[in-house]
Write a protein that binds this ligand. Structure first.
Ligand code: ZN
Length: 297
């Protein structure tokens, strides 16, 4: 299902639809399993932020889009498909017609002129194919692997910028930087500026998106939703949960039959076991976002 319908329903129902970033067939299927178990709308897809761009451009974007589209067709809940945080226009454009119904570029650090020109070009190309575009103005701070927060690259979304950006580019949704942080793996607690979300929401007529869902506590996510956020992105936390479960699954007690351990999809399959942990975590997040039970279409 298209994101416009998903997010319009979320705005009406005062909840947020999660974009749960996946990276392989196991994590993708685990995401859909969570949505079906919760009877929740969901947005599936892959992102370019920490991916190998050679793989993405040679085959990854196309391969993953086809897998997402096949699963979305069979999904029993409303399912949107996003190619998240492409490195540039060319990588985002490769996703058009490849199975995704929405695309986004990671534009952090771009000049205003490039941001407007490339986003407007992507929007024009995407809209011609009935595909929607998520834009971003402002930039998230990032947590490095040693737990340090780099705020130097972060820039809070200004209301006037948001208004100009939406008007000049025609984006369908707007990701905002309001104190949210990318890549959080520790117990660091960001401070989400709920007042700023509210101000931006009053000033633009597109749905608002919160990235950095991994490190934002439940109460702050719910306050952000109350202020107008209708889509929340989670990536890092999911890889963390999957990784921990996988490490446990491949431990000394996991057995010796490689045909069972890898690729069997049977209970012994280590990736299936990690996927079950992922499903549990995504179900918990759907309950936090209030999207559980909202798969009414
Ligand atoms: Zn993000």
């Amino acid at each position: 299902m298209g994101l416009p319908e998903l997010l319009a329903d979320a705005a009406k129902g005062r909840y947020a639809v999660g974009y749960f970033e996946s990276w392989d067939i196991y994590s993708l299927e685990a995401t859909i399993a969570a949505a079906e178990a919760e009877r929740s709308p969901v947005i599936i897809g892959i992102g370019g932020l920490s991916a190998n761009h050679e793989w993405l451009s040679s085959v990854g974007v196309e391969l993953y889009g086809a897998a997402c589209a096949a699963l979305a067709r069979r999904s029993s809940v409303p399912t949107g498909i996003l190619f998240n945080e492409a490195e540039n226009f060319t990588e985002a454009a490769a996703a058009l017609g490849a199975g995704y119904n929405s695309v986004m570029m990671h534009t952090q650090g771009w000049s205003w002129d490039r941001l407007i020109a490339d986003t407007a070009a992507l929007t024009a190309a995407a809209h011609g194919l009935g595909i929607t575009v998520e834009g971003e103005v402002g930039a998230l701070a990032e947590m490095s692997i040693d737990g340090q927060i780099d705020t130097s690259i972060g820039a809070m979304t200004e209301v006037s910028q948001a208004v100009d950006f939406v008007k000049e580019t025609g984006v369908d949704y707007l990701a905002v930087a309001v104190g949210n942080v990318h890549f959080v793996t520790s117990d660091y607690v960001p401070t989400i500026r709920v007042d700023r979300i509210h101000e931006i929401g009053e000033s633009v007529d597109v749905p608002l998106v919160l990235h950095g869902g991994s490190g934002t506590p439940a109460d702050q996510m719910q306050a952000a939703i109350a202020a107008g956020i209708t889509k929340i992105n989670v990536g890092t936390r999911l890889k963390h949960v999957f990784g921990n479960a996988l490490r446990e699954a491949v431990g000394p007690d996991s057995g010796n039959d490689p045909n069972l351990l890898f690729g069997s999809r049977l209970p012994e399959d280590v990736n299936t076991r990690a996927g079950q942990a992922l499903t549990t975590e995504i179900r918990r997040l759907m309950q936090v976002f209030g999207s559980s039970g909202k798969a009414t279409r």
